[in-house]
Design a protein around this ligand. Structure first.
Ligand code: COS
Length: 381
């Protein structure tokens, strides 16, 4: 049974505790029947529809345009504890519409958010390019106004989650108002727009829908621009400020599952005539795992609470939360693998699955090294 005592921390309100309990019961009851890790596209479609039916996606695409970041984090933590794909399907609905929620026009919100909230429309966030991942200001995919009310997009995006199954992509482009970060704009691009193709599906150690996209003379109405011309970098960063904290929450869910598995193993496995848990070496490991988890949780929910309390920016808090929680989870999961011995690396076992699931979280939405850069800039400023 996972430790739920953190829910008593003062970061939360009663509605958050109710939500966490409801999501946990729902996931236990529903997720196993929806997920087939050999069919990630079908699994994600089923999960998005079910998450919409259950009402959870209103937190990913809030009707009033205000994110409840604590709720987002609790949901990601809970879903991740049950299954990585359940967390993924939930999170991408938010990341893939965050720019619209934060900076879209009323017409853009009406066109996109109700379907995403209902789980009838799949969303994607298209930022990374082959030559621009950590250094967002290097984005090269060009947006050229054609003088007829359309904008022409040419270039490539890669590592795009939900690539191949999304109904729309929020695409960050070089619109050229100024060099570097000040010359980017975001566009809403429906997946069926001529000129947009899935160039390649990408497979990873913890597979989920992922693709490289090509844009060749791909034309969208100029009114599909999200936010002001040249404001794309800030729109991307504001979206990441919210969702980076939630990546930390997902890592926390994986870590809690690993600790539970380790506790169970330590108490049931006997070695030298006693349970593994009787050995001080094991106790040291368990103590360090539990402490790392609480440290991560404190960072994640501090960032979420700070944003929910009205802070205009949580750049520093979100970067710390993502870095601390993903690094802690990697360490906790590795220890769980070790405590399981051979069973820990058997394909499909809980520790082995978590070991694969956690790795990408230290990379996407800003690698640990980038979070250090972000934190240092904030404290030097
Ligand atoms: N919120 C709002 N505005 C922000 C911001 C934030 N979190 N971060 C930066 N800005 C603003 C800055 O204030 C600056 O504004 P002015 O032009 O008005 O001065 C502008 O944006 C440019 O900022 P900066 O000079 O810091 O830009 P850099 O190119 O140096 O940014 C980092 C470098 C590393 C911070 C950025 O590229 C980054 O976050 N990279 C990682 C991206 C990422 O997560 N990639 C993974 C892909 S998503 S899966």
């Amino acid at each position: 049974m996972p430790d739920r005592s953190f829910l008593d921390w003062p970061f939360f309100e009663p509605r958050h505790r109710d939500l966490a309990a409801r999501a946990d019961a729902w996931a236990a009851r529903t997720v196993p029947d929806l997920v087939d890790h050999h069919d990630v596209d079908g699994s994600c479609r089923r999960l998005v529809a079910a998450l919409g039916d259950a009402g959870f996606l209103r937190f990913a695409a809030p009707e009033d345009g205000v994110f409840d970041v604590r709720a987002l984090c609790l949901l990601r933590e809970t879903f991740a504890r049950h299954d990585g794909l359940a967390d993924f399907a939930f999170a991408m609905q938010g990341l893939g519409t965050g720019a619209v929620t934060l900076a879209g026009t009323p017409a853009q919100r009406d066109a996109v958010l109700p379907g995403v909230r209902a789980g009838r429309r799949i969303a994607a966030f298209a930022l990374t390019e082959p030559e621009a991942g950590s250094d967002v200001a290097q984005i090269a995919l060009s947006a050229t106004p054609m003088g007829d009310g359309t904008v022409r997009l040419d270039g490539e995006k890669t590592w795009i989650s939900n690539g191949g199954i999304a109904d729309h992509y929020v695409v960050f482009t070089r619109s050229g108002e100024a060099p570097g970060a000040r010359g980017l704009s975001a566009y809403l691009v429906p997946a069926d727009t001529p000129g947009l193709t899935i160039a390649e599906r990408l497979d990873t150690i913890a597979p989920h829908p992922l693709a490289r996209l090509r844009f060749d003379d791909c034309r969208v109405p100029a009114e599909n621009r999200i936010g002001a011309a040249g404001a794309g970098f800030k729109v991307a960063m504001a979206t990441l400020d919210v969702f980076r904290a939630t990546v930390g929450a997902a890592a926390l869910g994986f870590a809690r599952r690993a600790l539970d598995a380790a506790l169970e193993r330590a108490q049931s496995r006997h070695l030298f005539g006693a349970p593994l848990a009787a050995m001080q070496l094991t106790q040291t490991s368990l103590a360090e795992m539990a402490t790392a988890i609480d440290t991560a949780a404190l960072h994640v929910y501090r960032a979420a609470w700070t944003r929910d309390s009205g802070a205009p920016r949580i750049t520093r808090e979100a970067a710390m939360a993502k870095m601390v929680a993903t690094e802690a989870a990697q360490e906790v999961i590795d220890r769980a693998v070790q405590l399981h011995g051979g069973e820990g690396v058997r394909s499909g076992s809980v520790p082995e699955t978590l070991y694969r699931e956690i790795r990408a979280l230290r990379i996407y939405e800003g690698a640990t090294e980038v979070q250090k850069l972000v934190i240092a800039r904030q404290i030097l400023a």
